[in-house]
Design a protein around this ligand. Structure first.
Ligand SMILES: [Zn+2]
Length: 179
């Protein structure tokens, strides 16, 4: 028998709880379980660290705790093998998939305000992109206005570009109105 001396089943779930500062997340942990509760019991040599855990990498083996596990917002796990194993391989070695790193039940457990907040947050990158487009198109229009102000006529290409600017601005309106 060559059973490893370290505990297979780590107390990580509880340790994770103690680490949390959020008030509503603990409710989710006790009711539905987190990705860390799914992953950690499948790993060997789990050690609690400041931001998460270290464990032996199930993909490449080895004795050192080369797998770093960090718990992010909503219990989402970030994995990093210092020997360079892809996350996909690390998960595959313990029968898990990428989706298991995320708290899939979380959304279902949210109240309407929390759901709305999440949807709004997902829109922010699109809003930023739309604002960048608006800024650029405003510059195009400003240049055209300056040219007309100087008494120059716009040629066909410039007129077309102004129409394109208008279309882009309408598109931005769609993006910024999205909910
Ligand atoms: Zn590895």
């Amino acid at each position: 028998m060559s059973a490893p001396p370290q505990t297979r089943r780590s107390p990580a779930g509880k340790a994770g709880l103690q680490d949390r500062t959020g008030s509503n997340t603990s409710r989710n942990i006790t009711t539905i379980g987190t990705p860390s509760q799914l992953l950690l019991p499948r790993l060997e040599g789990v050690i609690k660290t400041g931001k998460g855990w270290r464990a032996r990498c199930p993909s490449h083996g080895g004795k050192s705790a080369s797998l770093a596990i960090t718990e992010g917002d909503n219990g989402t796990l970030l994995l990093h093998c210092f020997a360079g194993c892809p996350v996909h391989d690390v998960l595959g070695a313990v029968g898990l998939q990428m989706g298991d790193l995320f708290q899939r039940q979380h959304y279902r457990n949210m109240n309407p305000a929390e759901r709305s907040q999440l949807r709004q947050a997902a829109l922010i990158p699109r809003w930023r992109a739309a604002l960048d487009v608006l800024r650029h198109e405003a510059t195009v229009l400003l240049i055209a206005a300056s040219k007309m102000g100087d008494g120059d006529l716009l040629d066909d290409a410039e007129l077309t570009r102004m129409r394109v600017a208008a279309l882009k601005i309408f598109d931005c309106g769609e993006v910024l109105n999205a909910r």
